[in-house]
Each structure stands twice: as structure tokens, then as C-alpha cells.
Ligand binder design. Structure first.
Ligand code: PLP
Length: 405
């Protein structure tokens, strides 16, 4: 087995979480389903329980006293993810949204204040704005590009009771890049925990913990799973963030199925190759889209014209295949619907990061940074089809728009 420390990330995706000797000499770890763990005697039962209470966990080699603390299949996936993210410990949840909510609940209590970017994934906004107040926690939303105005502007949004800074970079639907190192540094100086939704970049292209963030989370539903057949969330914590997270997952009883961990680990093996193709296909479509007179702008930080491009170049080592398209104002609703409905290859559905291309209309909800775009917005998740076929599908869509006038 490799600990992956000296390898490049693409190699780590292949080597991490494997131990052939412990897997009956098979390449992949076994899928272990289980609730009860048998202890040889009372002493072993007590020792394993004590270790668990004192914080020793299976990722560090301790035997779990019960299935809720993770089977060897969970552990294989956690070890791989922890090494990829350069973290201390990882955990998996039944959805990306569950990873988001647990990552907030783990660190706040009544009277606290949390900061959430205006560009956050909408259900994260809903949880912060509607659920947290029921527990006496106040959320306020901030301009995701605030970092561009410098450190003093970032410091100014912190209150004495700000306990948690949430980040998502690039943001959902509008794709604003955040100055993650600056925001994380200020959060730390102000005694707050920083949590980032790192789903777009994946652990392959961005390692937030190396930039000062405390918790990196993923909707593994997207690129980690990669096949539109898995719903799962993950967190990876640094050492200081892990004890409250461990307490939260154990006290709330949060875990996920070993089958799902097995699928997620399998997803990691091909993630590097898939992402390279997702990006190449996205860029081929973007180059074509930019030449269409109806297109006002593309929202994709890896694109040189994007306002977040400099931050993306500075912090990330690659890009995935999800991007936004802004159309020029003045397209009638019916024509817009015909444009989308007539697509042959693009599916119209939520989620992204799977092998199949998706295109959905988007309407971002913003409260502090109103959308500067007058025209309609849609989002494309570039799949693994031949880019020429996808472009032909887009071409027929724009032909419909033009025919409708
Ligand atoms: C950026 C982002 N974070 C989190 C999630 C939530 O993931 P899940 O659908 O697994 O709950 C999504 C889902 O679309 C997302 O786009």
C-alpha cells in the first residue's frame, strides 16, 4: 500500500486506499457491510470503546467498536480522501447537502454568527438563512469577491461573535472566484472556523487546507462519483477542526453506506482522466459559444476573460467542466424554452459532474450582489460525449432561437 505522500495527485488517485494484502490479494478493497463488530473478550470491548471515546479512530488504525464508526470500506475511502486533501481526517455523509449542514452545526452554538457568500449553493443559503435562526445562530451573506477590496474589507464583515466563515469557490451558478487564502487567514485571526465547498475544483485541482481553510467539503455526488448513480457528501478536516466534527458525526449518528464509499473510491480511480476530458469538452464548447452573437459572456474561471481568472491561476491547478452562459437581453421566454427543450444530447436536470452532459436554465438568488447580467443564464455540465456532437446540438438550439427571431 502507498501512503501517497510523495506522489503527484493523478498517481494518488490510483494508489490511495488500496492494500492488496488486506484485500485477499485483490486490487480493490473488499466491500464490507456490517453493524456488529465482535470483540474477543470484555477487555477488548472496553479498550475499543475507550479508544473511540478518547478520539482514536479507525483512520488512525484503531478498531471501531461498532459499524456506525465506519467499516474497512469506509476507512479505505477516508484514507484516500484525507491524503488527497492533505488533511487530518475525513468523513462521508448521505448527501453533499448533509456534509454542508454538518460542517456548520459542528462549530456553532446559540448566539453565534456565521458568514456565507452570496453566491453559495442555494440549499446552503436556505439552511443558513432559515434553519440556523431556529437555533439562535444568525447568518449574514457577503460579496464573494470581497477579497478583491483587500484585507480591511474582509476584516470589517467579522463580528465579535462570528464563529464560522463559509466559502464556495467558484460560486454556484455565477462562478465568482474567492480569495480563499486571504479569507481563511482573516477567519483564523478572528478565531473563526473556515469551511469551503470545494466541489467544483475537486481535491485534484484545489487543496483548501494548504491555503489555510479548516474544513474542505465535497458533494461526492458530482465528480468523485462521476456516474450520476451516487448521492454522497464528504468532509476533510485539519487537526483543529476534527474534534468538533468527530463529536458531531458520532453524537448525531451520521454515517453513510459502505456500498456508497466503495463507489466513491472507485470513482476516484478514473476522476483524473474524466476531469481532463470534461474540461477539454467544456473549453471546446466555450470557444464555439463565444462566437455566437446571442452570447453575452461565459462564466468559467479557467477562461482568460473571466474576472476570477487571476485568482484561479494563482490558486488552482486545473478546472472541471461546469460553466455558465449569459445570453444577451431580449430573448422571449417561449423562444428560450424552445432553445432548451429541443436539445437532443443535453439532458435537463439538476446535479452535474456525471458522464452525461446537462444544460439547465438558472436563476441565481442574490441578496447583497444583485446579478449584473440583463440576459438569461444557463449552466452546462460538460459530459464525456464527443464535443463535436455537443456543439452540433447547441448549434441547432441557436438556429431555433434565430428562426424565432
Ligand atoms: C456546489 C454544490 N454543493 C453541494 C451540493 C449538494 O450535493 P448533493 O446534491 O449531494 O446534496 C450541490 C448539488 O448540486 C452543489 O452544486
Amino acid at each position: 500500500m502507498s501512503d501517497g505522500n510523495k506522489e503527484r495527485a493523478a498517481t494518488q488517485l490510483v494508489t490511495l486506499g488500496r492494500d492488496a494484502r488486506a484485500s485477499f490479494d485483490f486490487v480493490n478493497p473488499p466491500l464490507v457491510r456490517g453493524s456488529t463488530v465482535l470483540h474477543r473478550d470484555v477487555a477488548e470491548l472496553r479498550e475499543r470503546t475507550r479508544q473511540r471515546i478518547e478520539g482514536a479512530d479507525a483512520e488512525a488504525g484503531a478498531a471501531p467498536p461498532y459499524g456506525i464508526y465506519g467499516t474497512p470500506t469506509h476507512q479505505a475511502f477516508y484514507r484516500a480522501l484525507t491524503a488527497l486533501e492533505g488533511g487530518h481526517r475525513s468523513w462521508a455523509f448521505p448527501s453533499g447537502l448533509a456534509a454542508v449542514t454538518a460542517s456548520i452545526l459542528a462549530y456553532v452554538q446559540q448566539g453565534d454568527h456565521v458568514l456565507v457568500p452570496d453566491s453559495v449553493y442555494w440549499p446552503t443559503r436556505r439552511f443558513a438563512g432559515q434553519t440556523l435562526p431556529r437555533f439562535g445562530v444568525e447568518a449574514s451573506f457577503y460579496d464573494p469577491r470581497l477579497g478583491e477590496r483587500g484585507r480591511a474589507a474582509v476584516e470589517a464583515m467579522f463580528r465579535p461573535n462570528t464563529r464560522l466563515l463559509f466559502l464556495e469557490s467558484p460560486g454556484s451558478l455565477t462562478f465568482e472566484m474567492q480569495d480563499v487564502p486571504l479569507l481563511a487567514e482573516v477567519a483564523r485571526a478572528r478565531g473563526a472556523i473556515s469551511v469551503i465547498d470545494n466541489t467544483w475544483a475537486t481535491p485534484l485541482y484545489f487543496r483548501p487546507l494548504a491555503h489555510g481553510v479548516d474544513v474542505s467539503l465535497h458533494a461526492a455526488t458530482k465528480y468523485i462519483g462521476g456516474h450520476s448513480d451516487l448521492i454522497m457528501g464528504t468532509v476533510t478536516c485539519n487537526e483543529r477542526a476534527w474534534p468538533p466534527m468527530r463529536e458531531t458525526v458520532h453524537f448525531y449518528g451520521l454515517t453513510t453506506s459502505p456500498d456508497d464509499c466503495w463507489l466513491a473510491l472507485r470513482g476516484l480511480r478514473s476522476m483524473g482522466a474524466r476531469l481532463a476530458q470534461h474540461r477539454a469538452t467544456a473549453e471546446a464548447m466555450i470557444a464555439w459559444l463565444k462566437r455566437q452573437p446571442e452570447v453575452e459572456r461565459i462564466l468559467y474561471p479557467a477562461d482568460a476573460d473571466d474576472p476570477g481568472h487571476a485568482l484561479w491561476r494563482r490558486d488552482m491547478s486545473g478546472a472541471s467542466g461546469l460553466f455558465g452562459v449569459v445570453l444577451k437581453p431580449g430573448i422571449a421566454e417561449k423562444n428560450y424554452h424552445d432553445f432548451i427543450d429541443g436539445m437532443a444530447l443535453f439532458g435537463h436536470g439538476f446535479s452535474w459532474g456525471g458522464f452525461e452532459s446537462l444544460l439547465i436554465p438558472s436563476s441565481p438568488e442574490r441578496t447583497v450582489t444583485p446579478s449584473p447580467y440583463g440576459g438569461r443564464l444557463f449552466r452546462i455540465s460538460a459530459g464525456l460525449e464527443d464535443p463535436a456532437d455537443l456543439i452540433a446540438d447547441l448549434e441547432s438550439g441557436f438556429a431555433r432561437l434565430r428562426a424565432a427571431g
